[in-house]
Design a binder for this molecule. Structure first.
Ligand code: MTE
Ligand code: MO
Length: 534
């Protein structure tokens, strides 16, 4: 309609998220979205764009870029952007606000995979240096921008709980903190894409998603209130649900930037499930990147369910309709690349995982200068045998973790590509000491176990060409092999690690066998190639 008014961008700016009549610009058109916001599930995303162009937001939140949405939007057209503010038919670049403009500062040691949105992993040597990952080194996985909430207003942050019959109950964070007892839970979060790069490198097949190595996992102590307490207070019949006869089957979580996911009601009400609405991480307020001021913590489940910047909980007979629940975080067979998303369940509890985070080669032991005779009083025949072969000292450390609260019972290490095995030492991080109770809290082994190993690689191990050799450009391998010149003779072996949990679940031998096109749950034995020039 050419008769509609023309608006300067300065005028549109006055119609921001806080105004009575929020407007947005799409292309060169201006829309009044007042009526849309409450009616649309992505209303919060649209509000974020109020007062300016919506297109940069939709570039991030791609599921909204479809014809259906444009058609709804067209009902709210009120005019056009004034010619004076257009360059090539669009608002000038400097008029477009960067959605990530308010994202927080990040620790320089994190390894950035994408900057906008922020996705960064913890480097190996920092990852397992401590049992509890320091907040500023905890891996970051954001699908969109970081919603900003001022410290001074955080206790006024509102959480709405909506029951199956539509009943709503609203809580401020202040109310949550004062009405319910606080709980602490020690839990690791692991992204479903952790070690995806290992999957594509080892199998030689590309995957779809961020190329994480071993650092999309971290471990922290979380404090908050129990989800089940809040649900009961909001009027949900927890005992009916315990008996299995509730129509409510899922708890859907939504964050302020409209990320959403859900968990089965069974986990939410399990008295040993420890699902938290958390406001604190390692005894400090949640940092902005990790969900300030409130996030769900679903211990033992894939971290995608631990929704950050939590502001809405919906009890439902169905799962969250978000793409992160219905698509994305599912696995299929290695041959399946055109998939029926509905045919596979959403990832919830995680399988066994382990990785080598540091690896150092030391001196050669038992070298030719050592005496030819072994001291053994009992068995003199030993002295007539040949000397033990030289060994290359090796020290490694890493983590092991299993989902569902299953604890890690053993970590096996091989120094010769999987022909022979030995055990790593599990660090006693969660063990009671000197009459003191375990420093780890919660009803399950929700935390990771750190392991260390010291040993020697026999000289004759350095020869094997293993099928899935582990890549020399793996950062752990690169650091270990840094001393070895590129030119000249070198022989290599593959060291590897695998873990077992208390249900005797263990890890698959190769990524080829569990390859899936989204690169989820890459849990095959972590292999690192180490070389010698001897
Ligand atoms: N919650 C919101 N609101 N937005 C997000 O992008 N990412 C999820 C989950 N919760 C996400 C979210 C995913 S996929 C992961 S792996 C974890 O948060 C990462 O949590 P962290 O950044 O605290 O490590
Ligand atoms: Mo994730």
């Amino acid at each position: 309609d050419p008769d509609l008014p023309r608006f300067r961008i300065a005028e549109v700016r006055k119609h921001g998220a806080d105004s009575e009549h929020p407007w947005v610009i799409h292309g060169n058109k201006v829309y009044d979205i007042t009526d849309w916001v409450p009616a649309h599930p992505g209303g919060q995303v649209i509000l974020r764009a109020a007062g300016g162009p919506i297109d940069p937001y939709w570039d991030i939140f791609t599921i909204h870029k479809n014809q259906y949405v444009y058609e709804i939007l067209s009902q709210y057209l009120i005019g056009y952007v004034d010619q004076a503010d257009l360059v090539n038919g669009k608002p000038a670049q400097e008029q477009i606000e960067d959605p990530f403009e308010n994202d927080p500062e990040r620790h320089p040691s994190l390894i950035t995979r994408t900057d906008k949105p922020r996705n960064a992993e913890t480097p190996g040597e920092l990852l397992t240096a401590q049992f509890l990952t320091p907040n500023e080194l905890f891996y970051v996985r954001n699908h969109m921008w970081v919603p900003t909430i001022q410290d001074s207003k955080s206790d006024d942050h509102r959480l709405t709980v909506e029951l199956l019959d539509g009943t709503m109950r609203e809580y401020t964070l202040r109310e949550l903190k004062t009405r319910f007892p606080s709980r602490k839970v020690t839990a690791a979060l692991q992204c479903s894409g952790n070690r995806r790069k290992h999957m594509s490198d080892d199998s030689g097949r590309q995957t779809n998603g961020l190329p994480w190595t071993s650092g999309a996992i971290s471990n922290a102590s979380w404090e908050g209130v129990l989800l089940s307490h809040v649900l009961a207070d909001a009027g949900f019949d927890v005992s009916e649900a315990m008996s299995g006869s509730s129509e409510t089957q899922h708890v859907q979580f939504t964050g302020l930037e409209a990320y959403g996911a859900s968990i089965p009601i069974k986990k939410a009400i399990d008295p040993q499930g420890d699902v938290l609405l958390a406001y604190s991480m390692n005894d400090k307020p949640l940092p902005p990147d990790h969900g300030f001021p409130l996030r769900a913590i679903v211990p033992g489940h894939v971290a995608a369910r631990s929704v950050k910047w939590l502001n809405h909980i919906t009890l439902s007979d169905e799962e969250s309709t978000s793409q992160w629940q219905r698509k994305d975080y599912k696995c299929f067979g290695p041959n399946q690349t055109k998939v029926d998303w509905d045919a596979a369940p959403a990832i919830q509890e995680l399988p066994v995982q382990s990785a080598i985070t540091t690896l150092k080669l030391g001196e050669w032991l038992n070298s030719k200068t050592e005496p030819n005779v072994l001291k053994n009083d009992q068995d003199q025949t030993v002295s007539s045998q040949s000397p033990p072969p030289p060994q290359q000292e090796i020290s490694m450390s890493g983590y092991a973790f299993s989902g569902g609260g299953r604890s890690i019972i053993r970590v096996d290490v091989s120094l010769d590509g999987g022909n022979s095995w030995t055990q790593a030492c599990l660090l006693p991080d969660c063990v009671s000491k000197n009459g003191m109770p375990s420093p780890c809290q919660g009803h399950g082994a929700w935390y990771w176990k750190r392991w260390v190993f010291k040993g020697g690689v026999p000289l004759d191990a350095f020869k094997h060409k293993h099928k899935h050799g582990g890549r020399p450009d793996d950062p752990v391998a690169a650091a270990a092999n840094a001393k070895i010149p590129d030119s000249g003779q070198k022989r290599c072996t593959t060291v590897l690690v695998k873990a077992t949990d208390d249900a005797y679940n263990t890890q698959p031998e190769s990524h080829a066998a569990t390859w899936n096109f989204r690169g989820n749950l890459a849990t095959a034995w972590h292999r690192v190639q180490v070389c010698t020039d001897c």
